[in-house]
Write a protein that binds this ligand. Structure first.
Ligand code: A2P
Length: 270
């Protein structure tokens, strides 16, 4: 079958620089999909990092965007999670890829959503909206996170219930994972919320933290810099609001060179 990519743009093939083969594609909703690619033999990364991914433009030049790797550092394949933006230069085309196609992946991983950028603590909050869940899909299947923290709370806020499918599946897979399943069953807590469709828990995570409802639901004390650490990944607005919430609670922002109490990264948007 001829895909939309092949009609209008030069295709990426096995000979294109940094080409990787697509292994499978899952469409979660009409706006969200995930895909996995073959991991290049020499490619190393830390769980939580991102790489540049893309296709060729009309002129045959790479058109690349940042994508968090959604698989742990030890896995043979690399998983990515993406929104479909109908007029987005990349995702309007990327969404049509199929098993056996090739895409470009630059093999230079970077990012601050890594355990090395956090000061040790007892409880770790992974706070995400939309496709911001992707780096946490990597971290949650890395045994290190369970060695470093007693409790890990994954929050995922989306507009509608259907958009929570990826994180719900992630939590199920993590709790049955041969490597981390047993410990994750004890330490991982999932806190999904919706904002525009009625569900068991509604509201923006920021509001639920500010009002104390989230902590009440979980039976946990309010955020404390003595015990808690936070990783944030979502829209620019959510990141800014969560950052303020953390700063107001006395948390310091961490980086690779200077670990802190919280770290944040913008989710891939279009
Ligand atoms: P809301 O529906 O109230 O805007 P989007 O699809 O726009 O990227 O949003 C994904 C989720 O993030 C939505 O549930 C949205 O809630 C929520 N969200 C957007 N902005 C913020 C913010 N500043 N703080 C917390 N959550 C936010």
């Amino acid at each position: 079958m001829t895909s939309k990519l092949e009609i209008e743009f030069p295709p990426v093939d096995a000979l294109t620089s940094d080409a990787v083969e697509v292994l499978d594609v899952t469409h979660w909703t009409d706006k969200l999909f995930s895909f996995s690619v073959v991991r290049p033999a020499s490619f190393r990364f830390r769980s939580g990092e991102f790489v540049m991914i893309g296709l060729l433009n009309e002129a045959g030049k790479p058109l690349l965007r940042a994508y968090s790797i959604a698989s742990p550092f030890w896995e043979d394949t690399l998983l990515f999670y993406s929104i479909k933006v109908q007029d987005g230069p990349l995702t309007s085309r990327l969404q049509f890829m199929e098993k056996g196609d090739y895409i470009i992946m630059r093999t230079k991983p970077v990012g601050t959503l890594v355990l090395d950028a956090l000061i040790p603590g007892e409880r770790l909050y992974l706070v995400s909206t939309g496709t911001g869940i992707a780096p946490f899909a990597s971290l949650l299947r890395d045994p290190e996170i369970y060695e470093q923290f007693d409790q890990i709370i994954l929050t995922h806020t989306c507009r509608e219930i259907g958009e929570l499918g990826f994180s719900a599946d992630l939590v199920t897979r993590t709790k049955t994972d041969p490597l981390v399943g047993e410990i994750a069953s004890h330490k991982l807590i999932y806190y999904p919320t919706t904002t525009r469709e009625p569900s068991n828990r509604m509201g923006r995570v920021t509001n639920l933290m500010e009002s104390g409802a989230l902590f009440e639901d979980l039976g946990m004390p309010n955020l404390s810099v003595q015990t808690d650490r936070v990783m944030i990944c979502g829209s620019v607005e959510m990141n800014m609001d969560m950052k303020k919430l953390c700063l107001d609670a006395g948390f310091s922002e961490g980086s690779n060179s200077q670990p802190g109490d919280f770290v944040l990264e913008k989710a891939f948007v279009g």
